[in-house]
Design a protein around this ligand. Structure first.
Ligand SMILES: Nc1ncnc2c1ncn2[C@@H]1O[C@H](COP(=O)(O)OP(=O)(O)OP(=O)(O)O)[C@@H](O)[C@H]1O
Ligand SMILES: [Mg+2]
Length: 270
């Protein structure tokens, strides 16, 4: 479990990126932080592994205050997948994946053997191991980024808009892989996106943020859709329009669900 207790982050230039933020992130589930650009998502994520330290308040991991933990050690036991994969360009794929375990003291041979297994895990062919990041497609690079995040077998995986730079088809594939990995490995995933559809797809818990890291609503996707906390949330999730505004039409005795434009999207089951 990760717990934010009244966390505030003010940067040296005076910008208050996050103010009085409280949140409990349950273990072995995916929590998605979603909100517009600049609302504080990356700042929140980076405070979990102490790439950024809060100005006030506390962050606890399994009851332990992270301020009492050594940042470098903490970072090595929390996986972090960056936007645009963040791979080291001058290192081969396999060494990108094996970097953190080697820093943790795992023998290079063992780390490389494990890295090959991780390529399987994320759906990459082992023949890519000796290539350099620039020789891979954007989607392949993202997969390497995920493999690297998993390399130290962390309980917690932080993912910051990891699929922002790939095309919609690859993105959909990567989203499904993320769901499969999270379920299969039982990781606690904290995922950042500005895309509400991605948030609803991946999140067991979805946190809708406004500027300053102010929480507009926390809940399951169903709870948020059923009862948006206010007009901001209703508009942000698009509850009142397009493919979310569904109604039922009777056709031949069956209940057909249609969207706002009247396009059939499915059959209502009893
Ligand atoms: N090092 C910094 N110094 C000063 N201000 C910063 C710094 N890093 C972030 N900020 C500011 O803090 C606020 C939150 O930034 P943050 O990067 O957390 O937003 P975000 O939600 O991740 O945005 P995006 O979706 O664009 O990535 C923004 O106003 C940003 O300009
Ligand atoms: Mg960001």
């Amino acid at each position: 479990m990760i717990e934010f207790r009244s966390v505030t982050k003010q940067f040296p230039d005076g910008t208050v990126a996050v103010e009085n933020f409280d949140l409990v992130i349950p273990p072995r589930k995916t929590t998605v932080l979603v909100g517009s650009s600049g609302c504080g998502k990356t700042t929140l994520l980076r405070m979990i592994n102490r790439m950024i330290d809060p100005t006030s308040g506390a962050i606890l991991i399994d009851g332990e205050d992270t301020s009492s933990l050594e940042p470098v050690k903490l970072r090595r036991r929390i996986g972090y997948v960056m936007q645009n994969s963040g791979l080291l360009p001058h290192r081969k794929v396999i060494d990108n994946v094996a970097t953190v375990p080697v820093l943790n003291g795992v023998a290079k041979r063992d780390a490389r053997a494990h890295a090959l297994e991780l390529l399987d895990t994320v759906g990459l062919d082992r023949s890519l191991a000796d290539k350099y990041p620039r020789q891979l497609s954007g989607g392949q690079q993202q997969r390497v980024g995920v493999a690297r995040g998993l390399a130290a077998d962390p309980n917690i995986l932080l993912m910051d808009e990891p699929f922002g730079a790939v095309d919609p088809i690859v993105r959909a594939e990567l989203q499904q892989e993320t769901i499969r990995l999270q379920e299969g490995l039982g990781k606690t995933v904290v995922f950042v996106t500005h895309d509400i559809d991605e948030a609803f797809l991946l999140g067991h818990q979805v946190v809708i943020l406004q500027k300053g890291g102010h929480i507009a609503q926390v809940g399951t996707p169903a709870e948020i859709l059923a009862e948006p906390a206010d007009d901001f949330v209703a508009s942000f999730v698009g509850a009142d329009k397009g493919k979310r505004k569904l109604r039922i039409e009777k056709v031949g005795g069956r209940d057909i669900v249609v969207d706002e434009a009247g396009t059939p999207t499915g059959v209502l089951q009893s």
